[in-house]
Design a binder for this molecule. Structure first.
Ligand code: ZN
Length: 287
């Protein structure tokens, strides 16, 4: 944890200090070593929050974009008595969770249900393959079928599973992918500084928005984020309805190759490409 209570003040860890955990009121000690980032740790247990994960520089840098009294907010579900610490909760009741480690989809869902109004910021550099995979799909002719839309910076992605880690695809809230890491990685394409927001999927196609760091931090800070996301999702729904009506009125006798119910423009060739790629992923997992 970044903050503990000393004399009821929230303070950061300093060598040899002791404090009290704001979440469970147990005593915590300052860990100020050379390996890990300075933090507070419980004496007897790893953490009182089962969802807690070790903090990284990336995590702290993100947290620091928001006021200190919005960080590490202990939240209680009064019905179940469940208590968790939100990485950031704004004064507009938006929770921002910074996720470096792997998370299984079940836990992701539980957290979304607990926090309700939440946005994920995911470290897209955790696995070596994550960024190259995204890059390939985003700038060259990958197989995800990334299509521009009428709105600048918003893309339709037919097969997002070839772009982003699978655990995030069925999220019920927006997921922001951050590929910058600690800023030391090669960025000859100049794409790492932008954030990529995967919206919860409402229609047949996933939507991804390119958004600058500054715009994201500003919209989440001033409270506009939630309503803007809702407006976008409403627009996506309308567009999908319109397109659905259009495709329904165009009958054809040709054999249509489809992937997950979506007709493929490239026919059987495209179908085989996708099948091969998805089998490859399965083969890798089995190994
Ligand atoms: Zn605690």
């Amino acid at each position: 944890m970044r903050f503990a209570l000393i004399d009821n003040n929230r303070v950061e860890a300093q060598p040899k200090q002791q404090g009290v955990c704001p979440n469970c009121s147990q005593s915590v000690i300052a860990k100020c070593g050379k390996q890990k980032i300075w933090h507070w740790a419980h004496r007897s247990i790893t953490s009182c929050d089962s969802w807690w994960e070790p903090e990284t520089e990336w995590h702290r840098t993100w947290q620091s974009n928001y006021p200190a009294d919005w960080q590490e907010i202990s939240l209680l579900d009064e019905k179940t008595g469940e208590k968790h610490i939100a990485d950031v909760r704004t004064v507009h009741n938006l929770v921002i969770e910074f996720q470096h480690s792997h998370i299984d989809p079940q836990e992701r869902t539980s957290r979304e249900q607990f926090y309700k109004n939440v946005v994920w910021v995911v470290d897209g550099t955790r696995l070596k393959r994550d960024y190259p995979r995204f890059l390939k799909e985003w700038i060259s002719d990958g197989i995800s079928e990334v299509h521009k839309t009428d709105k600048s910076g918003i893309f339709k992605v037919w097969f997002p599973e070839f772009c982003f880690p699978e655990a995030w695809l069925k999220s019920s809230v927006p997921v922001i992918f951050d590929f910058r890491g600690d800023g030391s990685m090669d960025d000859s394409e100049g794409l790492r500084n932008t954030l990529y927001c995967l919206f919860p999927q409402v229609g047949r196609h996933a939507r991804v928005a390119e958004i600058s760091r500054k715009a994201f931090i500003s919209a989440t800070t001033n409270g506009e984020w939630t309503i803007r996301v809702q407006n976008f999702i409403n627009d996506f729904r309308k567009q999908d309805q319109k397109e659905h009506q259009q495709t329904m009125s165009r009958p054809s006798n040709e054999v249509i190759y489809a992937w997950r119910g979506i007709p493929l423009l490239g026919g059987s060739k495209e179908y085989r490409k996708r099948l091969w790629a998805s089998n490859k992923a399965i083969r890798k997992r089995r190994r």
